[in-house]
Design a protein around this ligand. Structure first.
Ligand code: 6GU
Length: 249
């Protein structure tokens, strides 16, 4: 999959792409990611990417022309993208479902917003969609672009070594992940649950299912309204609800 990221902080983005799963995906040729310095698409002596807002008010606004030129250059040199995504806190929220949807795309351009905002004509004339990564404000879209590239990339077959671990992730199944343990069997006075040391695979599987459900009920109960639960999971959830009721009584 091909990504082009347009930013005023190319080194910040490059650093975030160099390590881990995304770094290996690039090295292995499964990901083709290019970072573009927005200032390379300016035409004035000061390489200006922002200007004062029409109508007055605080802060600066990102100029439309350098962004439009950057996308034009990417089209000419890298091909016509399937999506041009503006990263902004006013965008639609990026979720795991959105990441899954975007794995169908072959080429995505990511535009990193900065300052108080972006000239509205970037949204209407250059970008094809707008994404936010959550309900908080970042000082720019760079970290958000890295989040989007990471979440999509690890769903591409071969980018993460172990496909099974991706399939079992939190959110992929609509539930939070179960707790994980490794050696030692006792740490800081806390023992690993006996069932995990028992070697009974069916019991381990059931324990993990129940633990994932209990954790989801405790921390993100609204996820249980949309999770696709099988018969065993519904029965386990009833068990958990009875147990927590008994603890309260
Ligand atoms: Cl995409 N950009 C900025 N600046 N802040 C954000 C965001 C994006 N998503 C959440 N907060």
């Amino acid at each position: 999959m091909k990504f082009d990221i347009v930013t005023i902080f190319p080194r910040m983005v490059q650093a975030g792409l160099a390590e881990g799963v995304v770094g290996r995906g690039i090295e292995g040729g499964l990901l083709d990611v290019q970072v573009h310095d927005l200032r390379d698409y300016t035409t004035d002596r000061h390489r200006s990417v922002d200007d004062v807002p029409y109508g007055g008010g605080p802060g600066m606004v990102m100029k439309p022309e350098p962004l439009a030129r950057a996308v034009e250059d990417i089209r000419a040199r890298r091909g016509v993208p399937d999506a041009v995504v503006l990263l902004t806190p006013t965008g639609r929220t990026f979720t795991q479902a959105e990441a899954v949807r975007m794995t169908r795309l072959k080429h995505v351009v990511l535009l990193c917003g900065r300052y108080e905002g972006m000239d509205e004509r970037v949204r209407t004339g250059v970008a094809t969609e707008e994404l936010s990564i959550g309900d908080y404000v970042l000082s720019g879209g760079e970290v958000a672009a890295l989040v989007v590239v990471d979440a999509i990339s690890r769903l591409i077959p071969g980018v993460v070594g172990d496909e099974q671990s991706v399939a079992e992730d939190s959110f992929t199944r609509g539930l939070l992940d179960y707790p994980h343990y490794t050696r030692p069997a006792e740490f800081a006075g806390q023992r690993v649950p006996d069932v995990l040391l028992s070697g009974h695979h069916a019991d381990v599987r059931r324990w993990r299912k129940k633990a994932a459900l209990a954790r989801t009920l405790e921390r993100r109960p609204e996820m249980l309204n949309t999770a696709a639960l099988d018969d065993e999971e519904r029965a386990l959830l009833d068990e958990i609800r009875k147990e927590t009721n008994n603890e309260r009584d």
